[in-house]
Design a protein around this ligand. Structure first.
Ligand code: SF4
Length: 199
């Protein structure tokens, strides 16, 4: 797909998300967080849902967890502007509560369309919710294992419709490393897999 087509299709998704009322979260959000980054990225990072900072700005991973993500990207020489970052929910759950199953069902078709348009080589899932959703969607067995068992592994899959191959790499959510040095070290090591895979 050429760049112009990608840009147009992603813009159409943005407009749909802004007008979306498919679940109740639109009532309490300030701004939707549709996704940000390079429309032809080789790697997509997928998190859980916007937090308070993201809700105010519309920018994914712009708070403390975002600073950790930026640090991890820099540790393997990847520029943030070269990747695409999105979440499984576009709107913030009130009080940062966990995503509800009906919200995930309502919202994730947007994310799946974003993946199909961007066609990244790698899909890096951040935390349990994103990992479970993506592994299950792409038919990976044992997709419901905890993130501590799945993190740092590589799963080669192909899109059931387009046959486009992807490598899924589950990772801890960067928020776990805000106050935990050991988790930060684990994340840094797991990010090396992404760096190697992109070579
Ligand atoms: S969270 Fe997703 S499905 Fe729910 S209203 Fe927002 S954009 Fe629509």
């Amino acid at each position: 797909m050429d760049q112009k087509k990608r840009d147009d299709l992603l813009l159409a998704i943005k407009e749909e998300v802004i007008a979306c009322q498919k679940c109740g979260l639109y009532k309490t959000r300030i701004l939707p967080v549709v996704g940000q980054g390079n429309h032809s990225a080789q790697i997509m990072f997928i998190g859980e849902a916007p937090g308070a900072n993201e809700d105010k700005t519309g920018v994914p991973f712009c708070g403390s967890a975002g600073q950790i993500l930026n640090q991890l990207l820099a540790s393997v020489g990847i520029k943030r502007e070269d990747v695409y970052i999105a979440n499984i929910l576009k709107d913030r759950p009130p009080g940062n509560r966990e995503p509800a199953p009906d919200e995930i069902s309502a919202c994730t078709p947007y994310l799946l369309r974003q993946i199909a348009i961007i066609e990244p080589k790698i899909i890096a899932t951040l935390g349990n919710y994103a990992t479970h959703f993506i592994l299950e969607k792409f038919g990976v067995p044992n997709s419901r294992l905890g993130i501590s068992q799945l993190r740092g592994q590589k799963f080669a899959v192909s899109d059931p419709l387009t046959k486009k191959p992807y490598i899924i790499i589950p990772l801890y959510h960067p928020a776990v490393a805000i106050y935990n040095r050991q988790q930060l070290d684990t994340l840094k090591n797991d990010f090396k897999i992404i760096g190697e895979q992109l070579k």
